[in-house]
Design a protein around this ligand. Structure first.
Ligand code: ARG
Length: 419
């Protein structure tokens, strides 16, 4: 039976089995499939080969777009400015790429006059939520399809369907883990990792050295920021992509950047996650430190609260939301003064900032010093303490009779000899 013609659909195509099977499957539903392969810095096979594969599977067109610079400029840098770490730990590498992917899917669908977009997520993860919420936020008139969630195939049925449609099935054994990677890091899930008591096996890692086997020398890197964004490493101007790549390699080789956590998923359960994010963690740490000398105390405090909000919205698929826009505007306005250079040392799994300087620094050595050159007004402390402590002193004066000093209790049973 030939399904009624429904129009074009843009499929986010990775070249893997699921999205390859999705091509004939969507055709069976009446769609003409346009494959869209997006490069966000993942360790992908040859992208031209992926394109050929899409066409061989029956796509009417196949596009490959390099989104690396766009991904950094529009998603990674705002996230770095926000020091975004979900639950204080996860730099959101996977979560950040989903709004980028959704944006490219909708853009391609609009250019192609497609009525729908489709992705290869299953019905259990949060990537489906992020992609669909973001697609709808950008163009609610374009339908979002999720073939892998809808088709109800078992693994065997999927293989049979693939063979019947001349789609090559993978001959290598399926990895025991599920991976997702891009410029901002690598996520590793499933298999033995599902028991939080199991130490992640060595073969789970790919970007970072085991700290035990890492180089025996310390590696020092100087990162220069302009308006909250890194622009040079060791005094050398580099493109955004090169900076992230350089730090991924340098810090990763030193065994820095591993994360092992149980995180709270948007879809209601806890999940054990392993990440490798050497470049992301190094840049966030360096950027955070630079902010300590360039931002005012009250700005830092309020920004910290909004950073939590930013990370949650990113994790939960609310990238294209009115609140995100407002939070981003606040964060961007704080970054005008985040200029300067941070020195960071990597050694056997550690990455420690040990120096920073900035022309916009509000750190004043003449105020902080305990040596000569001190300009702090010591005499002014007398009046300051008088007024700062006045409410507490007033309270005690009104409640004089109560025994508030716990020393007697703390020292009960001790004799004079113990003093
Ligand atoms: N737990 C992470 C997140 O939700 C990682 C997701 C990885 N995605 C994947 N398809 N393996 O952001």
């Amino acid at each position: 039976m030939v399904a009624e013609k429904k129009g074009k659909v843009v499929l986010a195509y990775s070249g893997g089995l699921d999205t390859s099977v999705a091509i004939p499957w969507l055709q069976d539903q009446g769609y003409d499939v346009i494959a869209l392969t997006m490069h966000v810095g993942q360790q992908a096979d040859n992208l031209e080969e992926i394109k050929a594969k899409a066409l061989a599977a029956g796509a009417i067109k196949a596009h490959v777009v390099d989104l690396r610079e766009a991904f950094i400029d529009a998603f990674i840098w705002p996230s770095l400015k926000a020091n975004a770490l979900y639950q204080g730990v996860y730099p959101l590498n996977s979560a950040l790429s989903r709004p980028m992917i959704a944006q490219a899917m909708i853009w391609c669908a609009e250019r192609e006059g497609a009525v729908a977009v489709a992705h290869g997520c299953t019905g259990k993860g949060q990537d489906q939520v992020r992609i669909e919420v973001c697609c709808n936020a950008l163009n609610p008139d374009i339908k979002v399809l999720a073939p892998v969630r809808d088709w109800g195939f078992t693994r065997e049925e999927e293989m049979e369907y693939a063979e019947a449609h001349n789609i090559p099935v993978p001959t290598t054994r399926k990895s025991p883990y599920s991976f997702d990677d891009n410029l901002w890091g690598r996520s590793i899930e499933c298999g033995v990792l599902e028991d939080p008591w199991n130490e992640p096996p060595k073969d789970a890692y790919a970007l970072t050295a085991d700290p035990k086997d890492a180089l025996d020398e310390e590696v020092t890197v100087e990162i220069t920021f302009e308006k909250g964004i890194p622009v040079a490493v060791n005094g050398k101007k580099m493109k955004s992509f090169e900076i992230v790549d350089f730090l991924n390699k340098t810090a990763g080789k030193a065994g820095y950047g591993r994360i092992d956590m149980v995180e709270d998923r948007l879809v209601g359960f806890k999940s054990r996650e392993v990440y490798e994010c050497p470049g992301a963690l190094a840049l966030i740490e360096a950027h955070k430190k630079l902010e300590t000398i360039t931002l005012a105390k009250e700005v830092l405090k309020t920004k910290k609260e909004l950073e939590v909000k930013f990370a949650e919205m990113t994790y939960e698929g609310y990238w294209f939301s009115p609140l995100m826009e407002a939070v981003n505007a606040f964060i961007a306005s704080t970054q005008q003064v985040v200029n300067g250079t941070v020195r960071m040392k990597f050694y056997k799994g550690n990455g420690i900032v040990n120096g920073m300087k900035s022309d916009d620094s509000i750190y004043r050595e003449d105020l902080a010093t305990y040596s000569t050159g001190d300009t702090f007004d010591h005499g002014a402390s007398v009046g300051f303490i008088k007024i700062w402590g006045m409410p507490i002193k007033t309270w005690r004066q009104a409640h004089k009779n109560e025994n508030v000093n716990p020393m007697d209790h703390l020292l009960a049973g001790k004799t004079d000899a113990d003093f």
